[in-house]
Design a binder for this molecule. Structure first.
Ligand code: HEM
Ligand code: HEM
Ligand SMILES: [Fe+2]
Length: 457
């Protein structure tokens, strides 16, 4: 690393690893409950496990984005972070809010709004926390002496994500209105501003890993931002089909959301093209695997499996079934989990100064996690499609159908176990890297090759 303050990124990444592990544990609690092994029911009922699983996911991804920003923004701005102290206060308060929220879920202190289960009073603390973060990186950019497209798109993505949290905090008596604005958070995050965060981290990593000119890479970034806004904003309509909103949303949502895969396709073509243009062999190959892998898996999970159920004529049958869970897993994994794991893999050698890239656990972790997640997606798909036919086409009772599809959750648990071995290997490698060290600091104008070459053994 070039600036001492970048070390704070490590602690955000370490928090990520912890929350990711917990998320997986709650996934298994649900998986086993689904096959009738629900011994923990009195302490962790399904609804609490589900809310914990999905909220931990969102929080570890946001923590990863913040860690990435604390590493990338000083590098791109050419100066130390505005305040390391503030970043520490922010990290600790984020953990405290998270712990309170999760304990709350187990004590039935929650709001039954999917993905926005955190009770409103805690939302205010989240807002304060995010404001500290935005202020810190915003001041770093302002006081820095360099501006770049990558850095500004990252900042705008993070700022918009913060602003879009607010519509979910408004209180409505009407279920339709509440649902309407809930999607401003959930949809406009993952199919809007988070794509800017993903695109800019992708762009940063490709600049570093492929050595292709910044100008070329940043031109692609503009195209991706354009495609995202063109499709994603009105694409929100694909959640407005059946919640009591006017009928025109069927048309608007259908057409615009069908265009959304273009942005993900753009990112995949972008990454692959830059890789092919790459004039050098970067030492950190596994980080390149995660980066290119992310662009491809996000296209499959978000783009391909998204379009598979976004047309009203299909969504009419699949809405709210396990088909949604199929898409949700691969999309979140491909787009956002993988970009966070890519940036962690890139940064760890630079933060700690240890040459532990390209080892067997790292390589196995990439393949096992991805094969496992693909198989999990398959298990959810079989369960979901069967559910649609039995419950919605044949008219069988909901709970009877849930019993019929139980067997597919045995498959899910097997696939998830493979995935988990991959995740454990990733965390094992993370721990082996050890703590960040001042010895890893290099002069400002060091190139990426020299940066990697200069590391301690
Ligand atoms: C590895 C172990 C995992 C297992 C066993 C697991 C299992 C589950 C189960 C059973 C559900 C509830 C589905 C239902 O409604 O019945 C669920 C929901 C969900 N999980 Fe996982 N999961 C795992 C890991 C992950 C990972 C790594 C991610 C993201 C990268 C993820 C993202 C989600 C999402 C987004 C939902 C909500 C889906 C929806 O909206 O319908 N899960 N998971
Ligand atoms: C990385 C980007 C994406 C992620 C992380 C993601 C994740 C999710 C999740 C978690 C849900 C369930 C939300 C809920 O019920 O509260 C969902 C729903 C949905 N997604 Fe995505 N998605 C992404 C991109 C896309 C794209 C590009 C499309 C369309 C082409 C799409 C189409 C849909 C549709 C139609 C639903 C509603 C399913 C239903 O009716 O139950 N998604 N998505
Ligand atoms: Fe959406």
């Amino acid at each position: 690393m070039k600036y001492k303050s970048q070390k704070i990124a490590y602690w955000f990444f370490a928090t990520c690893m912890l929350l990711f592990s917990l998320q997986i544990i709650y996934g298994f609690v649900m998986g086993f409950a689904r096959i009738g092994m629900d011994g923990l029911h009195d302490f962790i009922p399904f609804n609490a496990a589900r809310a914990t699983h999905t909220n931990l996911l969102v929080v570890w991804l946001l923590t990863g984005f913040m860690g990435a920003a604390y590493f990338i923004i000083p590098d791109e701005s050419g100066r130390e972070l505005f305040s390391v102290k503030l970043a520490w206060v922010q990290l600790i308060s984020l953990i405290v809010v998270g712990v309170v929220a999760i304990i709350g879920f187990h004590l039935n202190y929650w709001e039954g709004r999917k993905f926005l289960e955190i009770p409103r009073p805690l939302d205010f603390l989240v807002v304060v926390n995010v404001l500290m973060f935005i202020f810190n990186i915003g001041m770093t950019i302002l006081k820095g002496n360099r501006y770049s497209t990558t850095q500004l798109v990252l900042f705008i993505g993070l700022l918009s994500a913060a602003l879009l949290y607010l519509p979910g905090m408004i209180y409505f008596r009407s279920q339709t209105m509440d649902s309407y604005f809930r999607w401003w958070v959930v949809h406009l995050w993952v199919e809007g501003v988070w794509e800017l965060i993903m695109g800019s981290i992708l762009s940063y990593l490709l600049i570093k890993l492929t050595g292709v000119d910044r100008e070329v890479i940043e031109k692609w970034l503009y195209v991706i931002v354009g495609l995202t806004f063109l499709s994603g904003l009105l694409g929100t309509g694909h959640h407005y089909y059946y919640i009591g909103t006017p009928k025109y949303w069927l048309m608007v949502g259908g057409i615009f959301s069908a265009l959304e895969p273009l942005a993900f396709l753009g990112m995949a073509l972008f990454a692959i093209n830059m890789y092919r243009k790459s004039g050098r062999e970067h030492p950190n190959k596994i980080s390149l695997y995660w980066t290119i892998g992310c662009s491809i898996m996000s296209f499959v999970g978000a783009g391909f499996l998204g379009i598979a159920h976004t047309i009203p004529q299909v969504n009419l049958w699949t809405h709210g079934t396990l088909v949604t869970a199929m898409h949700g897993h691969m999309a979140f994994w491909g787009a956002y989990a993988m970009i966070v794991l890519a940036v962690i893999t890139y940064c760890l050698p630079l933060l700690t100064g240890r040459k532990l890239w390209n080892n067997l656990p790292g390589l196995l972790s990439f393949w096992l996690a991805n094969i496992g997640m693909t198989a999990m997606t398959g298990a959810f798909a079989v369960a979901g499609i069967t559910q649609v036919y039995l419950e919605r086409k044949m008219g069988m009772d909901f709970l009877t159908v849930q019993k019929e599809i139980q067997i597919h959750f045995v498959g899910l648990i097997a696939a998830a176990s493979l995935f988990t071995i991959g995740a454990i290997l990733f965390i094992y490698n993370f721990i082996k890297f050890g703590l960040p060290s001042d010895e890893a600091i290099v002069p400002e104008n060091t190139s990426d090759e020299a940066l990697y070459a200069a590391k301690r053994g």
